[in-house]
Design a protein around this ligand. Structure first.
Ligand SMILES: Cc1cc2nc3c(=O)[nH]c(=O)nc-3n(C[C@H](O)[C@H](O)[C@H](O)COP(=O)(O)O)c2cc1C
Length: 163
């Protein structure tokens, strides 16, 4: 079973979680970028506002064939309780090419179920699993265990497939 782990990360936390997941499923990693300046306070304010009004920023060119993958893990930081702009664009642009999906996010203060509902609505499909971790958890031992459990649960749900 071929797995792709797609993520956006402004400061590296979601990137780290994406890497843990890709190690666990032996999948391909793909970072999504955009051309907006998200540095400093102005960049943060722009990002919060963009997430709030659900802006769809232009993203960098994607060179992989998304439809080749049996499952695509999609990861984003939580921004203003919502999906980060570049991941919103990715889901909308490629939703027709997505097979099975699983969602993950990292957050600073409080976990959100809403973000998964929003991702599910955008993708037009139910995820095989979801994982939400705080920065400290991603960096610690708890992160590894949470990733292991997340992947195991997905594998069980996809009986007959080898991940
Ligand atoms: C623009 C912006 C908005 C954020 N909004 C929230 C939020 O609503 N709730 C929350 O718990 N954390 C929020 N955070 C914290 C990030 O979700 C958290 O630090 C995340 O792990 C960053 O991931 P990254 O390092 O992959 O960019 C926000 C951070 C930024 C930069």
């Amino acid at each position: 079973m071929k797995a792709l782990i797609v993520y956006y990360s402004r400061t590296g936390t979601t990137a780290l979680l994406a890497r843990l997941i890709s190690d666990e499923v032996d999948g391909d990693l793909m970072e999504i970028g955009d051309k907006k300046n998200r540095e400093g306070l102005t960049g943060v304010a722009r990002s919060i506002w963009g997430a709030f009004i659900e802006r769809k920023p232009k993203i960098t060119e994607i060179e992989r064939d998304i439809s080749e993958y049996d499952i695509v893990f999609i990861g984003t930081p939580l921004w203003a309780g919502n999906i980060a702009g570049p991941i919103r664009t990715f889901i909308i642009k490629y939703r027709e090419e997505l097979g099975r999906v699983a969602f993950f996010n990292t957050f600073g203060a409080s976990k959100s179920q809403q973000i998964f509902d929003n991702m599910r609505e955008l993708a037009g499909k139910r995820p095989e699993g979801v994982l939400s971790l705080r920065k400290k958890e991603v960096e610690g031992k708890r992160g590894e265990k949470a990733v292991y459990d997340f992947v195991e649960e997905i594998k069980e749900g996809l009986e007959g497939f080898r991940l």
